[in-house]
Design a binder for this molecule. Structure first.
Ligand code: TTP
Ligand code: MN
Ligand code: MN
Length: 388
């Protein structure tokens, strides 16, 4: 059926990496709903269904207008039957019963609260849920056995569930810069992740660290971590050394969805600029009264002049920097779509370390993101348009 001429018709490419997806778009009502279902599918460990909802939401994010009728969806990729039913119901009734029921469900709410603890994944949260736990304070009250990461996750629950602002990210950047310069002059740091895509807030701050002279960056992470730790700036850190070269399947077969850089998952202790009480940010989250406050003795909000902030640090050799930058800028769906495009359309394997061409049986060099897009036969997508 030919669409009527009054209906705006836009066609979009099938892969998220072939589209430009800005941060601000025109279909939040629909995408918020679809992403609730995606998250719920994740909680039920249904990866396929979760990705399907995320792809559908991502297509709507890339549209240049607000969808007002189903006829406007003709010819768009990635909109499966289930997503279309949800969209239709919202367009016609204002909301989706399935989404409303999901948001109201005890399981969804508990899984959201429990996976919101740093170090707690879906499997652990699900086990706790089946044991009757509903919120982080229940984890404490029932004396669950926790690893060090989860202990930190509980201790700093409130802070870690308060969005990190761009100003806070920049303040962390200055500290990391100072640390890196102190232990290896000439090394550089680059802000990646959501902030590089232009997000005003994030759940953490992501940095790549490199040095223009290949090899100089080796064993840099422990030194940076010691420098920070000596100054009391780290509340938690877990460093993993580079395992790229020694890995069984590398470097000949780069892993498609993980990387092996020297990296550090950390929690920084960031000094707050002094503010008058009325300017204090209102911390959200149901558990603020119990967790992070009185239960674990973190101290009351007013008595603390610092904030716990999640920071990811990654050290990369100069030769792999562009791949790491592309791989750590995200969004997670954009990365997934890039790798899927590489494999299925180009017979290539893309990782945060390298790009391998299976037809030519060789690695393709890339010293900039632009070069990597060119190798992949894709138009360059700037970071601010990778919010797939
Ligand atoms: P995140 O920091 O998880 O996500 P984000 O920065 O896009 O969003 P937020 O603002 O909520 O922090 O991951 C950033 C990118 O890092 C993501 O695109 C994928 C990449 N990444 C890896 O390559 N390996 C990893 O182990 C992780 C956790 C992320
Ligand atoms: Mn991030
Ligand atoms: Mn991160």
């Amino acid at each position: 059926v030919e669409p009527s001429p009054t209906v705006p018709v836009f066609t979009l490419n099938a892969y998220g990496c072939q589209r430009r997806t800005p941060l601000l778009h025109h279909n939040n009502v629909l995408t918020d709903a679809l992403l609730v279902l995606a998250e719920n599918a994740e909680f039920n460990e249904d990866e396929g269904r979760s990705v399907a909802f995320k792809r559908a939401a991502s297509v709507l994010k890339a549209l240049p207008h607000t969808v007002r009728g189903m006829e406007e969806l003709q010819g768009l990729p990635c909109l499966g039957g289930h997503s279309q039913r949800v969209i239709k119901e919202i367009l016609e009734e204002g909301k989706s019963r399935e989404v409303e029921a999901t948001l109201q469900s005890q399981q969804f709410q508990a899984m959201k609260a429990l996976t919101g603890i740093f170090g707690v994944g879906v499997k652990t949260a699900d086990r706790w849920f089946r044991e009757g736990l509903r919120q982080p304070s229940d984890v404490v009250d029932t004396g669950q056995k926790l690893n060090h990461t989860q202990e930190a996750g509980i201790r700093y629950y409130e802070d870690l569930n308060t969005p990190v602002t761009r100003a806070e990210a920049d303040a962390i950047g200055q500290i990391v810069e100072e640390a890196v310069q102190a232990v290896l002059p000439g090394a550089t740091i680059t802000l990646t992740g959501g902030f590089r895509r232009g997000k005003p807030t994030g759940h953490d701050v992501d940095f790549l660290i490199t040095h223009p002279e290949e090899g100089k960056e080796e064993n840099l992470m422990p030194k940076v971590v010691s420098w920070l730790d000596d100054r009391g700036l780290l509340l938690y850190q877990k460093t993993t050394r580079n395992s790229y070269l020694e890995a069984k399947d590398g470097p000949a077969r780069p892993p498609h969805n993980m990387d092996r850089f020297e990296r550090c998952f950390s929690i920084f202790r960031l000094d707050r600029p002094h503010r008058r009480p009325e300017q204090q940010p209102q911390a959200g989250g149901e558990c603020q009264a119990q967790v992070g406050g009185t239960l674990l003795g973190q101290g009351s909000e007013e008595s603390r002049d610092w904030k716990a902030v999640r920071v990811d640090l990654v050290v990369t050799p100069a030769s792999q920097f562009a791949f790491a930058l592309l791989g750590w800028t995200g969004s997670q769906l954009f990365e997934r779509e890039l790798r899927r495009w590489a494999v299925h359309e180009k017979h290539m394997s893309l990782s945060s370390h390298a790009l391998y061409d299976s037809t030519q049986n060789r690695y393709l060099r890339g010293s900039t993101e632009e070069e990597i897009f060119t190798h992949l036969g894709l138009e360059f997508v700037p970071p601010s348009e990778r919010n797939a």
